[in-house]
Design a protein around this ligand. Sequence first.
Ligand code: CTP
Length: 399
Amino acid sequence: MLAGRKILLIIGGGIAAYKSIELMRLLRKAGAGVVPVLTRAGSEFVTPLTVSAIAGTRVQGELFDLTAEAEMGHIELSRSADLVVVAPATADLMAKLASGLANDLASTLLLATDKRVLLAPAMNVRMWEHPATQRNLETLRGFGTLVVGPDAGEMACGEFGPGRMAEPPAILAAIDAALTTDTALAGRHVIVTSGPTHEPIDPVRYIANRSSGRQGTAIAEALVRRGARVTFVTGPATAPRPLGCEIREVETAREMLAAVEAALPADAAIFAAAVADWRVAAETRSKIKKQPGAEPAPLTLTENPDILKTISRREMSRPGLVVGFAAETDDVLANATAKRLRKGCDWLVANDVRPETGIMGGSHTAVTLITDAGAEDWPAMSKDETADRLAARVAEALA
Ligand code: CTP
């Protein structure tokens, strides 16, 4: 995807700026052209001469360059690229972009561009975790800005945690993915459920489960990459929300069912959420108090609606392809095969979630896809790769 593409690379002021030199080298090796922009702070860490030499072109740095300004240089610069990459993306650059400030060349380009922006954040762990940075990150994701990293580890300042800029090969892969356009699912609408549900006990307590929402998020992003319109119905998951989707945030199983029904019609629906099977029969409006000397109050549970089953068995506007997930700890194949028939879905993706597999909450998984034609064991791979393979199969089935 990289050969012949033009990347506008903004190098911010951080110690990780030296890694951007390596990134430029990798980009050029892959056949991409690089137009480098060095912020004033960036030039404290790497010199314009080094950047120009590796990029093979003049480094841009000043907003008021009179020759370029005659041709509205900064607008032109931001539009002629295929992708704008900010590496390192400092807390300051992220804050400027999130609030729409444009007081130097880098921030002006970021505001003026009509292309996608990919950030590779790099900063001290406290700065990364500060609510202001996290709020800016949310805002930027909402704009459709792509983010790679940061990684966790020991930092130049001696602290430990997330904040290290992603390694150049990982940034290169993210650039490649951002430039990939696959239209196999263009014009298709897919609903994806994801994450846990929270079932209230009283105003302060709830029943939940350990689902992170990572698999559902990866599936939604893989579908978007193939051009699908995705409605992403999520419970309170810890995974960041997927890019490019219509997001519906819900708390309970009943809200999730209502959001799915409201999103119909759809060409396909993928139910990756870990929906709570039960809720408390009588949720109280007041906090349940300890009664001195008395036994704890018993919790009476009642069954939640089964979203997968309800949608699979709909007569009107049933999606053409309904995919369920099964989390099993024993007799995975037998249980999952029976579950597919019981729920009435077309495909079932079975996961072996015994604690020793590390699948629940982890980054890798090994699934079995059960269809009308039988069971297929997929090799162990990352949740992203599993999502990509599933999205490719959905595209094939809807073709
Ligand atoms: N599911 C759902 N609504 C529910 C429960 C589950 O939509 N109330 C969906 C899940 O999103 C998943 C599939 O059903 O796609 C299987 O979930 P799982 O919890 O494994 O199945 P259960 O029906 O709860 O069976 P059991 O817990 O008895 O194994």
